[in-house]
Design a protein around this ligand. Structure first.
Ligand code: ZN
Length: 177
């Protein structure tokens, strides 16, 4: 949603871009603003990926959910070591047009275009190494209080995020079923 807003040069997207490029978290009012707009048009269930990342965001999300009369069924915590996080971010390529994500190790050396739309693949500006460690550090600082918050609500599920994407996907499906 964030990247889409940046690409469409929406007012909230322009604000978000400055923060993303410097490896900082996008301010909550920007993210909550985007989420609120999307929830109003969502009739069925939804999945949020990578949000909330801080306790403050989780509390603000609860306020928004209350307003929209929606509820969270489950919060999935993918547990991954710091080394794996860094390795994955460094090996990630993104389509410059549609935003589809690829793993460098899955691509042959000659493949540098998107299988969906044919556009060039590139490394995200915020996945280069000088902001990478900063992002991981911020993430790890915030994650503990967030995990506690959802544990107390009784909706947290820890899942190992190590291994192949398909294995992790199957673990998630098992929980959801
Ligand atoms: Zn594409």
């Amino acid at each position: 949603m964030l990247r889409e807003a940046v690409k469409n040069k929406a007012p909230l997207g322009k604000k978000a871009k400055e923060f993303m490029n410097s490896g900082k978290l996008v301010p909550d009012p920007v993210i909550l603003g985007l989420l609120g707009k999307r929830m109003e048009v969502t009739k069925e269930g939804f999945i949020m990926d990578g949000f909330p990342r801080t306790l403050e965001q989780a509390k603000r999300l609860d306020t928004l959910l209350e307003k929209e009369r929606k509820d969270l069924d489950v919060v999935i915590n993918l547990v991954v070591g710091e080394e794996t996080i860094l390795k994955r971010l460094k090996g990630r390529l993104v389509c410059s047009e549609c935003g589809k994500v690829y793993r460098r190790e899955d691509l042959s050396l000659s493949t540098r275009s998107c299988e969906s739309c044919g556009a060039a693949l590139c490394q995200r500006e915020d996945d280069v190494s000088d902001t990478l460690k900063q992002r991981v550090k911020i993430y790890l600082e915030h994650i503990h209080s967030l995990v506690d918050y959802y544990k107390k609500k009784g909706i947290l599920q820890d899942i190992s995020g190590e291994g192949h994407p398909q294995e992790i996907f199957n673990r998630i499906l098992e929980i959801l079923n």
